[in-house]
Write a protein that binds this ligand. Sequence first.
Ligand SMILES: Nc1ncnc2c1ncn2[C@@H]1O[C@H](COP(=O)(O)OP(=O)(O)O)[C@@H](O)[C@H]1O
Ligand SMILES: [Mg+2]
Length: 229
Amino acid sequence: MEKLYEGKAKVLYREGPDTLRVYFKDEATAFNAQKRGVIPGKGAVNNKVSAALFRYLEAHGVKTHFLEEVSDREMRVRRVEILPLEVILRFKAAGSFARRYGLKEGTPLKMPLLEFSLKNDALGDPLICENAVLALGLTTEGELEGVKAATLRVGELLKAFFAERGLELVDFKLEFGKVGGEILLADEISPDTMRLWDEKGEPLDKDRFRKDLGGVEEAYREVLRRVLG
Ligand SMILES: Nc1ncnc2c1ncn2[C@@H]1O[C@H](COP(=O)(O)OP(=O)(O)O)[C@@H](O)[C@H]1O
Ligand SMILES: [Mg+2]
């Protein structure tokens, strides 16, 4: 298969005319790739967690790019034109949001907060407001409303899914893409792209790698165990 793109966490191959094979790597990056490492087993965990969550979301009416798992580390998806936006939904302050506003991580928010950043590694994925998204023509108004509604729905669904498994969903990042006039949820949903805290408030996600907390592989495996369990 022709390799189309190698990113920080995945490799994309052309499979059919409208489909891609996504290969999930063990390589990990943080802080706009200033920190690099390997988390053994991460690729398989992220593939399986993403597949399970895409299936769950589809079963609840969310349109996604997911077609099927093809191996431990690979899934088949519909090829889309990715919107150059990272769509973030936050339930509590953490990470860059906590730093930006000088908040302690874990500070509750009065409502789920939806934020956008421009998907541009060279610029460090800067925060972008809705008016700038529209003024720059990154999406139409209709597309933006669709993306926002889908993200809030995904937030409700994932929050409930993880709560049933003893995990608190603190925040997550989504990417959407267009194909044939439709907007689909794309990319991945994994411990690389969410913050998940266990019953003791311990992170079971990429923050263990970002902050050198140790037990990174174990945390990823535990998320997979709970997602499948
Ligand atoms: N269904 C899809 N069609 C086309 N591109 C996709 C699809 N799903 C994800 N992508 C893109 O695949 C790329 C590879 O993933 P990743 O390694 O995470 O890259 P990056 O380093 O850009 O974050 C991302 O840029 C993502 O936007
Ligand atoms: Mg990525």
